[in-house]
Design a protein around this ligand. Structure first.
Ligand code: GDP
Length: 494
């Protein structure tokens, strides 16, 4: 199938999801309203029958949507009989990895231009991994070999290379005394340049996330639904090639806890402790498990008439309590994960070697599940989603975030484009909580800076043209993927 077919097929997938989120949320809200009315008017037969009707409507439409999704999935499988998606994905991934290998192993390390990054950011592993991803993207875009200085790293004093392969076989050190700071322009002749953290980067170069290289985009958009996450996943793939001991740790512990992917497994990441209240809201185990069970039910309908699959869930958390809750409240589930590992993830024990091994293990496994339920406000969850893109052809639909949409900390703007016009009663003048939903207006072609998706059919954002901020129906808009010029590495054959 041509690119037009693929883009239409993705459109159908997205529209079904949006329609389902909208309808199921409206029905749940209606159910709760009618339920309250029934409580207040116990004698009112009409209200009681309405309550039952809404309940049935929700159940019946859920089943209809599952069957619809099964058909859409078939459409994807049937249009991929020769495995062209996998072929295209393998070729593009191989090209990026070979370019990184070329960049990181210059012929002459002494004269090679270099970009220096440190691992001194005072934050968790996911945040530091993302810092390195940004460094590698900037190295790739400025054609400088990335030199990583990570001695004394808070997670492992011997540095990044004690866990992962060095970024180069030939060139891991600077060789001048004169390492200059990254400047807006005019760095071209400096041999060794120190990169600031992403938030301090000025001006904001167009190559920063969520941009993808223009020369890869034509191929990428054919097989992948979230090109920026794929591109970042490729960087993670290169950066986190395990040392033999790390590899051994992962394999041994997978055997110990019974992690395998022979039968379906859903991954759940539950971020608690220091994050809750400061950077994210609390979400109960039940909220995650509703999404897990929903995935399994969809999966069973997809496979029908084959038997329903056993329920298995991989759990990662910095709060060991969640294992107890899961074991107590979900006896139908096989719960896989390690409370010992999550103990080392709690804030008071976090910055240690065992803690970093734990989070590497959790991200590795989460990335290999069939579906990921987590909060994108957490860098651990986003890193798992990104890594997931490098172990699958296209895992852009294999997640449910309970809070944010996918983003990259310090990213350039993320936009959607209006496809259909939208007229609300009060263009952005109402607060989000108002009954009119505080919707914004737009005309086709308007760009909307997107701040979030409420996962109920509505997103929130600011119309670039009018400056008005508010909710808007997501289905009337489409994703804009930013592309930027990057070097094309002609020395590396395609
Ligand atoms: P964020 O704070 O969730 O955005 O992500 P960071 O990675 O920047 O910091 C959180 C840190 O807490 C991680 O790097 C881990 O050290 C620890 N952590 C959080 N969640 C988990 C988890 O599910 N498993 C493990 N092993 N560690 C976790």
């Amino acid at each position: 199938p041509g690119p037009a077919f693929e883009s239409a097929r993705r459109g159908v997938e997205e529209q079904i999801r949006e329609l389902w989120w909208f309808l199921s949320n409206e029905l749940k809200a209606l159910k709760s309203d009618v339920g309250n009315a029934a409580k207040n008017r116990p004698q009112d037969a009409l209200v009681h029958s309405l309550e039952n009707n809404v309940e049935d409507l929700l159940k019946l439409s859920t089943d209809r949507f599952r069957v619809l999704q099964r058909h859409v999935k078939r459409l994807k499988e049937d249009s991929d009989q020769k495995g062209w998606r996998e072929q295209e994905a393998l070729e593009l991934s191989s090209l990026v990895q070979r370019r990184l290998d070329y960049l990181q192993n210059p012929m002459n390390c002494r004269t090679a231009k270099k970009l220096v990054c440190t691992l001194s950011k005072a934050c968790g592993y996911g945040c530091q991994l993302h810092h390195l991803v940004y460094c590698l993207i900037m190295a790739y875009s400025s054609q400088r070999t990335l030199i990583l200085r990570s001695q004394g790293w808070r997670y492992s004093k011997k540095g990044w290379e004690s866990l992962f392969l060095p970024l180069s076989r030939t060139c891991n050190e600077t060789n001048t005394q004169n390492i200059v700071h990254w400047r807006d322009s005019g760095n071209e002749n400096d041999q060794e340049v120190l990169l600031p953290i992403i938030d301090a980067m000025k001006p904001r170069v167009p190559q920063l996330p969520l941009s993808v290289p223009v020369d890869l985009f034509e191929s990428l958009k054919k097989f992948h639904g979230d090109p920026p996450a794929w591109w970042i996943g490729q960087m993670i793939f290169f950066l986190t090639r395990y040392q033999p001991d790390t590899d051994k740790f992962i394999t041994e512990n997978q055997i110990k806890i019974g992690f395998h992917t022979d039968t379906p497994i859903v991954g759940v990441h539950i971020r608690r402790t220091d994050k809750v209240g400061s950077e994210a809201a609390f979400h109960s185990v039940d909220e995650y498990m509703v999404e897990v069970e929903d995935w399994f039910q969809n999966h069973d309908v997809e496979r029908y008439p084959l038997a329903a699959v056993p329920r298995r869930v991989y759990v990662a958390s910095d709060d060991p309590e969640v294992f107890k809750v899961l074991q107590r409240s979900y006896p139908a589930y096989e719960v896989i994960g390690s409370p010992d590992i999550s103990k080392t993830a709690a804030l008071n024990t976090r910055y240690s070697h065992s803690s970093v091994m734990g989070v590497i293990f959790d991200i590795h496994n989460l990335a290999r599940t069939d579906f990921l339920v987590c909060t994108f406000s957490s860098q651990v969850c986003r890193a798992a989603y990104e890594a997931m893109q490098s172990v699958n052809v296209d895992a852009s639909n294999r997640f449910k975030s309970l809070d944010d949409i996918y983003y990259y900390g310090g990213q350039n703007g993320h936009k959607r484009r209006a496809v259909f016009p939208h007229h609300s009663a009060n263009d952005g003048k109402h607060s989000e909580s108002s009954p009119l939903r505080g919707e914004i207006d737009f005309v086709p072609g308007d760009l909307i800076g997107i701040a979030g998706n409420h996962w109920n059919g509505y997103s929130v954002g600011t119309n670039d043209r009018s400056g008005h901020k508010g909710l808007f129906p997501t289905y009337k808009t489409e994703e804009v993927v930013q592309v930027a010029d990057f070097p094309i590495y002609p020395e590396v054959p395609r």
